[in-house]
Design a protein around this ligand. Structure first.
Ligand code: CS2
Length: 486
């Protein structure tokens, strides 16, 4: 039987302690991937179980239909499987009230409804159409350009948020709070600047009104969530007695640190473990530089070394050492956080990466490197440079990314970079010999990706080029071995 009512569940999976249909929707979420379903939706489910409220979620998939085709026949119900070495447990989430797929008009309607008080987003780093260098809408982005042509019929993130806010303002409805949940530093300010910048391109009054009246709290999100597989659906069937085509699997750990700025109210997310603080920045830096920085480093290195999953990387002693080295170096670049010991955090991260029950692909993490490396690798490297700290771990990660950017394994198998700037990378590398110095120079100079202070620093440049040359001459495995001995 297909999962569609809580009464149908016959297995050990736990279920919401509220009647889903008795709660209205108060949140529209953009980006209905596995991460949202493992994180914000679970916390919202806990908030509803403990404190009630009309806070269910209208989940929007901006492009793909697949997740909506799975969730719609299930009345939004799906199973979250938590995996650790001891086994797997299941919980059915009832927080999703409605789903919308690739339907901009329906999305705009949901965003404009007076009942919508919060809009949350997980659209990935590249999904905003914001130029990271200027912080403003990217004029080269096709969706941004199309939405500027027709601001009343938008389909992209900036266009949809701006148009919905314009409708609410015209009708005298309060604006919603916009809560960015992507792995970007200062993500609230980032999205605020993008939306206000977008509005300013066609309606300065609206831009001023958004700047003055719409809250954009920042948040740090964390839960390692691999792409679901056939095994996920099998486990869900065993734990619920129902066929669940929208089941996801994740680790037991979850963390959400949120700037408490919600003029229209919010769910009692603290019941799901969320922490409310005045300033999220230090938490974001810690997570982006330590967890995500080490993730990116181990993804490029591990993928090239032939490890399909993070847990395989962590079973390799030389690589584990390099993960530890990276975490320590990243921790050195952070401002102290009261109540958090970075060495303990690093040890916990290593344990999480080791989780044998989580099949997290290195290739999945390697995706979108140009969107991830600035906050994960280059920002801490800049700090290290300014404070005379060790640059080597960051240079190593960068050299491995450059090797990955060649798009071919050592055995000669081609792979897709899956990066929005893949074409630019290919152009920069076109016709170059396999020479570490030349490749590193091209990626430093022709891509406007690596910050100038690094790109113009002789020590950094020489270190990246040397490591890349080592990889290209002696191979990935030999380079890892030598590096781990340093
Ligand atoms: C990963 C993240 O794919 C990636 O880039 O580093 O998705 C990571 O698993 C999450 O941020 C963990 O919270």
């Amino acid at each position: 039987m297909r999962l569609s009512h809580l009464q149908d569940i016959t297995g050990t999976a736990t279920r919401p302690r509220y009647e889903p249909a008795a709660h209205g929707a108060g949140i529209v979420h953009l980006g209905l991937g596995a991460f949202h379903r493992a994180h914000q939706a679970v916390m919202t489910d806990a908030a509803l179980s403990h404190a009630g409220g009309d806070w269910r979620i209208i989940g929007v998939s901006l492009r793909s239909r697949a997740v909506v085709d799975a969730l719609a026949p299930q009345n939004g119900l799906y199973t979250v499987l938590e995996h650790d070495a001891a086994g797997v447990t299941g919980h059915v989430v009832g927080a999703i009230a409605q789903v919308i797929a690739a339907d901009p008009a329906a999305t705009l309607k949901a965003l404009s409804a007076p009942t919508t008080r919060i809009v949350t987003l997980t659209v990935t780093e590249k999904g905003y159409g914001i130029d990271r260098a200027t912080g403003l809408p990217d004029p080269q982005n096709a969706t941004v350009a199309a939405d500027l042509e027709q601001p009343d019929a938008p389909s992209g993130v900036l266009g949809l948020l701006t148009a919905a806010l314009a409708i609410r303002r015209a009708k005298g409805d309060a604006p919603f709070t916009v809560l960015c949940c992507d792995n970007l530093p200062d993500n609230g300010r980032f999205l605020q600047q993008g939306v206000v910048g977008f509005a300013r391109l066609y309606d300065a009054d609206l831009a001023d009104w958004i700047a003055a009246h719409v809250a954009f709290p920042s948040s740090m999100v964390d839960r390692i969530t691999p792409a679901p597989s056939d095994a996920t659906r099998k486990d869900a069937l065993a734990l619920t007695g129902c066929t669940d085509l929208a089941a996801i699997e994740t680790e037991p750990f979850t963390q959400w640190v949120i700037e408490d700025s919600f003029p229209q109210g919010r769910p009692a997310w603290e019941h799901g473990g969320a922490i409310f603080v005045e300033d999220v920045a230090k938490f974001e830096h810690m997570k982006l530089r330590m967890l995500n920085g080490a993730h990116s480093m181990l993804a490029y290195t591990g993928f090239l070394a032939g490890h399909p999953y993070v847990r395989d990387v962590m079973a390799d002693p030389a690589l584990t050492r390099l993960v530890g080295r990276h975490l320590d170096a990243a921790a050195q670049t952070l401002e102290p956080l009261p109540a958090i010991d970075f060495a303990t955090y690093a040890a916990e991260l290593k344990d999480r990466f080791k989780n044998p029950a989580i099949a997290h692909e290195t290739y999945q993490i390697a995706m979108d490197g140009t969107q991830k490396l600035p906050q994960r690798i280059f920002a801490p490297a800049l700090h290290a440079l300014a404070h005379g700290q060790d640059l080597r771990p960051f240079a190593f990660a960068t050299a491995m990314w450059m090797r990955y950017a060649l798009g071919q394994t050592e055995a000669g198998a081609a792979y897709d970079l899956r990066d929005p700037r893949a074409a630019e990378i290919a152009t920069a590398l076109n016709g170059l010999p396999r020479d570490g110095g030349r490749i590193s120079a091209a990626l430093h100079e022709r891509l406007t990706l690596i910050p100038d202070a690094l790109a113009q620093n002789d020590n950094w440049r020489a270190t990246v080029a040397k490591i890349l040359s080592h990889i290209l001459t002696d191979g990935v495995a030999a380079t890892i071995k030598a590096e781990a001995k340093l």
